[in-house]
Design a protein around this ligand. Structure first.
Ligand SMILES: [Fe+2]
Length: 423
């Protein structure tokens, strides 16, 4: 067997945003499907910060040197390779590999216990966990009201771990860092001061938090509510609301999450609001507008282009006018969440939250979840431009060249398979 390795370094003036680079990358991703000589095909962007690192690598496996020659002569290889020529410098090596190497752990370097790079293959629940799943009546309640307060899904040890890991994060600890910060990323840094803190992609940057969030029980509850067999993370935001009633950034105006996810195809997406402690009205807990997920919206476009913190006072009037147009009343339900319990809401349920009048910071994660069928689609806005989401600059591409919302690095699977019946 021959292991074929190519490393590319982008020429000055080119970046991952350059159209020519995007096109070249999309072609590489199709190579494994297009050329039958390739027994294996991997490609991807470099994540090393070392100065000697190249920007992009492709690694293939072929039967022998004749297979390599056929691969090199293949028209699709010509097309892909020539797309890299004007934008990069490259080095290559072909090495003999017989038999092909398997990814066996070295005895002195076993996988770390909290390795979150690959989702666990098996999603199983204990009998005790099955007793914590939503009942049929709970699922019907969620379908009618658009929200659901779970039973106790997390232990005190787990909520304590979320508290300590979040403090470590605020102190600067990162297990990995985002390769870039898209323009609309919410990302608190200390120089922003004592405002409400929002940090997107916390499941990507903190392994400890990611491990807690990937508890199969949480995914199973979401799967049952969304009536889906597979649930993936869509986004996760670490939130800290300081105990300062006068702080205006603490107030989250009425909005529904689907408005920010116009590039997603699914209407089953949902959010798990996970406080790290008991969370009541005094703390500014999440407040649902009951049944609002069933309303017709007035106009999505005006809102989609803005983040909710920019909506300000408009939000109250949008809510009132939308209710009126739907012949509905605005019924606000502050969800009092005991420690370890989780508040779920449908992606179209209006919600918001008020000031923190308590003496403690309100700490939580908004874990946004997508069903397995969700995918990117082009969503044109009124001005002719396309809606975008932060993922679109970060996740890998599908074979069609669109952002892949199933990229396991950013959107790991948290539940897969039928959910067992509630005990
Ligand atoms: Fe929200």
């Amino acid at each position: 067997m021959i292991r074929h390795i190519v490393l590319f370094r982008l020429k000055p003036g080119f970046s991952w945003e350059s159209p020519a680079v995007r096109e070249a990358e999309a072609l590489q991703e199709r190579m494994g499907d297009e050329i039958e000589e390739l027994r294996e095909w991997h490609c991807g962007r470099n994540v090393s910060g070392r100065s000697v690192a190249y920007d992009y690598a492709v690694i293939g496996l072929l039967d022998d040197e004749e297979a390599v020659a056929r691969y090199l002569a293949h028209p699709f290889h010509h097309k892909a390779a020539s797309s890299w020529t004007p934008i990069s410098d490259r080095v290559i090596a072909d090495i003999k590999e017989d038999p092909p190497r398997r990814a066996t752990p070295h005895p002195r370097n076993p996988p770390k216990e909290n390795d979150v790079s690959a989702p666990s293959e098996v999603f199983v629940l204990t009998d005790e966990e099955c007793a914590l799943l939503p009942s049929d009546a709970d699922v019907a309640f969620y379908a009618e009201h658009g929200w659901y307060l779970s039973k106790k899904l997390f232990t005190e040890e787990e909520t304590a771990l979320l508290r300590s890991a979040s403090e470590e994060f605020y102190a600067g600890r990162r297990d990995r860092v985002l390769p870039k910060h898209p323009a609309r990323l919410a990302y608190w840094t200390p120089e922003m001061g004592d405002v409400q803190r929002h940090n997107d992609y916390i499941h990507y940057e903190s392994d400890t938090i990611a491990k807690v969030l990937r508890k199969p029980l949480l995914g199973a509850v979401a799967a049952r509510l969304a009536q889906a067999d597979r649930i993936r993370v869509f986004q996760s935001t670490l939130i800290r609301k300081p105990p300062r009633p006068e702080e205006s950034s603490n107030v989250v105006p009425w909005h529904f999450d689907r408005d920010y996810w116009a590039t997603s195809t699914s209407e089953r997406m949902l959010t798990a609001f996970i406080p790290f402690h008991t969370c009541d009205e005094q703390m500014g807990t999440i407040t649902m507008v009951d049944g609002s997920h069933r309303w017709q919206e007035l106009s999505r476009d005006a809102v989609t282009a803005r983040h909710f913190v920019q909506l300000g006072r408009d939000a109250e009037s949008v809510l009132e006018r939308t209710a009126e147009a739907n012949d509905a009343k605005v019924v606000k339900v502050p969800v009092e969440i005991p420690e370890g319990h989780v508040s779920f809401h449908h992606c179209r349920t209006y919600h918001g939250s008020g000031a923190n009048w308590s003496i403690e910071p309100r700490r939580a994660i908004s874990l946004h979840l997508q069903d397995g069928a969700n995918a990117y689609w082009e969503f044109p806005l009124a001005d002719g431009s396309l809606a975008t989401y932060n993922h679109d600059e970060l996740v890998r591409r599908t074979p069609q060249g669109t952002p892949d919302y199933a990229d396991p690095d950013f959107c790991p699977v948290v539940w897969d398979g039928p959910v067992p019946p509630a005990a």
